[in-house]
Design a protein around this ligand. Structure first.
Ligand SMILES: *[C@@H]1O[C@H](CO)[C@@H](O)[C@H](O)[C@H]1NC(C)=O
Ligand SMILES: *[C@@H]1O[C@H](CO)[C@@H](O)[C@H](O)[C@H]1NC(C)=O
Ligand SMILES: *[C@@H]1O[C@H](CO)[C@@H](O)[C@H](O)[C@H]1NC(C)=O
Ligand SMILES: *[C@@H]1O[C@H](CO)[C@@H](O)[C@H](O)[C@H]1NC(C)=O
Ligand SMILES: *[C@@H]1O[C@H](CO)[C@@H](O)[C@H](O)[C@H]1NC(C)=O
Ligand SMILES: *[C@@H]1O[C@H](CO)[C@@H](O)[C@H](O)[C@H]1NC(C)=O
Ligand SMILES: *[C@@H]1O[C@H](CO)[C@@H](O)[C@H](O)[C@H]1NC(C)=O
Ligand SMILES: *[C@@H]1O[C@H](CO)[C@@H](O)[C@H](O)[C@H]1NC(C)=O
Ligand SMILES: *[C@@H]1O[C@H](CO)[C@@H](O)[C@H](O)[C@H]1NC(C)=O
Ligand SMILES: *[C@@H]1O[C@H](CO)[C@@H](O)[C@H](O)[C@H]1NC(C)=O
Ligand SMILES: *[C@@H]1O[C@H](CO)[C@@H](O)[C@H](O)[C@H]1NC(C)=O
Ligand SMILES: *[C@@H]1O[C@H](CO)[C@@H](O)[C@H](O)[C@H]1NC(C)=O
Length: 480
């Protein structure tokens, strides 16, 4: 039983952290608007055209270099003696004709980045996007610091970053930056982890926060920082996105971040030794708070009820305690609510969640909560579209609730370690998308026909043992 239990928990955590990525990390670091080439009065400057062609020649095209399924080699349209302002991915200034934007995201480029690349002669560049190409584990050249007009720099990758080594301290010279994205992320919904190929020296992060004070988006997930966060981060008054998943951060998280008025996305998950409390939220704009697997602790501040845009709240596997305020039922945008594996306690009426029409994931498992269900109050026609329901160790009593049958999209159902009794209801086997069904450590009894089990075609985890008194019979084939 112990084995089953720990397996279930770790699977759950892996699944959780991966689903968090695909949603948060993909959607929330989209600083620049890459519209297609616009037409201009000016012809491209010859030396800039030359610099771009030299840059193009330093790479080969490989369809394996980009993960985005819609990638294509943009540089194929870069033909000598044509106006570079019309090339795919190139943007020129309306009046001066200087190249101000290079967007070679997902362009199937493969090769090492030259430390003296001609790219760095494009000193008017305001936006550089080289995300999702394969730079063959070369380093980010120090000359990046010479592109002093840069507002947007995106060197992220849709898998582990293909740049390696230390992020040059010269990035902190880019005092006009509005967004810096050096993340690794993935589209894969399955459990995974990425290797941190890049390192950022704490002193570079400190200089950056002191110098690039206009930053709105700072995305460094999977970049090793290995230190505490500098207090100067709280000076970034325009900050909207802070994505620092698995950066090996430790120490105390600067509370002042919660005072930043425009903070929208906060992702600090996977930094096991990062401590912090959720203090009063001054930004009403928070959409996503993602802290699973950190050492955040304390109670939930009552000001959370004012976060009317909050859609993602994940604090699994932290050290929170106290009660779960019923005012959370006011957060109508809430889609993801993961508070499992903490020390929350007290009686909680599940009914408060039925008002949340967007709710996709509800995980309350493995706290010291005592949930009660006013079954009579459940109106099946208005249940939220829940796909993940984690109610393990929630002191549930009575029979398996019948309204679960109407959660037809459910793929994860955890009722592990409660006081449920009676028979395992037939309807559980009609939930066609279930991959995880955990009913072990209850007081369930009766016979299960194996033919019923076989209807759960997608099941990868099934926990029935421990405490239950179940017997299995061959049974007759059940008509579908
Ligand atoms: C992107 O830019 C184009 C052209 O400037 C504009 O029409 C469009 O509304 C912008 N999209 C967003 C999401 O800002
Ligand atoms: C940009 O250009 C590509 C290729 O011509 C096209 O497929 C895409 O739809 C365009 N995107 C926008 C936003 O116009
Ligand atoms: C990739 O890096 C290796 C080792 O540094 C080097 O030998 C190889 O030529 C590089 N490949 C390309 C396409 O740049
Ligand atoms: C880059 O340029 C500098 C100065 O021109 C030169 O000293 C250095 O050797 C060059 N490095 C490489 C790898 O080409
Ligand atoms: C801050 O930016 C300025 C202007 O780009 C630069 O001269 C200076 O070296 C930068 N400071 C640090 C610590 O990087
Ligand atoms: C916050 O966002 C608002 C609206 O976009 C903007 O007007 C304001 O200047 C921003 N505040 C800061 C400190 O950047
Ligand atoms: C929520 O916002 C209202 C209106 O600004 C304010 O009066 C109230 O104190 C806030 N609640 C909390 C718990 O901060
Ligand atoms: C929030 O919820 C609490 C408790 O359920 C309720 O008393 C309060 O009126 C709600 N506030 C708003 C703004 O809906
Ligand atoms: C579990 O629920 C029962 C009855 O609903 C209650 O008597 C008991 O105190 C609860 N246990 C805990 C630990 O809350
Ligand atoms: C359930 O909700 C539907 C839609 O809001 C409503 O029409 C119906 O009367 C409700 N049923 C009960 C028993 O409250
Ligand atoms: C709930 O599920 C049962 C069994 O599938 C079905 O008969 C009933 O119509 C469903 N109720 C709603 C409101 O969908
Ligand atoms: C089951 O999953 C499939 C594939 O994701 C989906 O198309 C289907 O709508 C799901 N069924 C239900 C009842 O949600």
């Amino acid at each position: 039983m112990g084995f089953l239990c720990s397996f279930a928990l770790s699977t759950q955590f892996l699944l959780l952290s991966s689903s968090l990525f695909s949603t948060i990390l993909l959607t929330n670091c989209l600083p620049s608007n890459h519209s297609n080439t616009t037409h201009h009065h000016h012809e491209c400057h010859q030396h800039e055209s030359y610099a771009l062609l030299k840059f193009k020649e330093s790479f080969v095209i490989s369809k394996y270099a980009s993960y985005n399924p819609f990638s294509y080699p943009k540089t194929l349209s870069w033909i000598p003696s044509t106006d570079c302002c019309h090339w795919d991915g190139i943007q020129c200034h309306e009046l001066t004709g200087h190249v101000i934007g290079v967007d070679l995201s997902s362009s199937q480029l493969y090769g090492s980045m030259d430390v003296n690349s001609t790219l760095f002669s494009l000193v008017h560049l305001q936006s550089l996007d080289l995300s999702d190409n394969d730079f063959n584990h070369s380093q980010i050249p120090a000359k990046i610091g010479e592109l002093s007009q840069l507002k947007h720099l995106d060197l992220s990758h849709g898998n582990e970053n293909t740049f390696s080594g230390e992020v040059p301290p010269q990035v902190s010279q880019l005092s006009k930056l509005l967004s810096l994205d050096l993340r690794s992320y993935t589209l894969d919904p399955l459990p995974y982890d990425l290797i941190n190929n890049l390192q950022l020296k704490p002193s570079t992060l400190t200089s950056l926060t002191q110098n690039s004070t206009r930053l709105k988006h700072l995305c460094l997930s999977f970049v090793t920082i290995s230190s505490s966060l500098p207090h100067s981060l709280t000076n970034l008054s325009s900050l909207q996105t802070l994505s620092l998943y698995k950066c090996e951060l430790h120490g105390e998280f600067p509370l002042g971040i919660f005072h930043l008025p425009n903070l929208t996305v906060l992702n600090l998950g996977g930094n096991q030794y990062l401590r912090g409390m959720l203090s009063n939220f001054h930004s009403r704009k928070l959409v996503s708070i993602n802290l699973p697997g950190t050492s955040f602790y304390g109670t939930l501040p009552t000001s959370i009820e004012n976060l009317t845009y909050l859609s993602w709240f994940a604090i699994s596997n932290c050290n929170f305690y106290g009660t779960i305020p019923s005012s959370l039922g006011n957060l109508t945008q809430l889609a993801q609510f993961h508070v499992d594996d903490n020390g929350f306690e007290g009686k909680l009426a599940l009914d408060m969640f039925w008002k949340l029409k967007m709710l996709n994931t509800l995980d309350l498992a493995n706290n010291r909560l005592s949930l009660f269900l006013k079954e009579s109050a459940v109106n099946e026609t208005t249940l939220p579209p829940i796909q993940w329901l984690g109610l393990g160790s929630c002191n549930l009593t009575g029979e398996v609730p019948t309204w679960i049958m109407n959660l037809t999209s459910l793929y994860h159902l955890d009722l592990f370690h409660n006081n449920l009794h009676g028979e395992i209801p037939y309807f559980l086997f009609t939930l066609e998308n279930l991959t995880h069904l955990h009913l072990a450590e209850n007081m369930l009894e009766g016979q299960i026909e194996l033919a019923m089990l076989s209807r759960l075609k997608k099941i990868t985890f099934l926990g029935l043992g421990g405490g239950n008194r179940l017997s299995f019979i061959e049974g007759k084939t059940v008509p579908i």
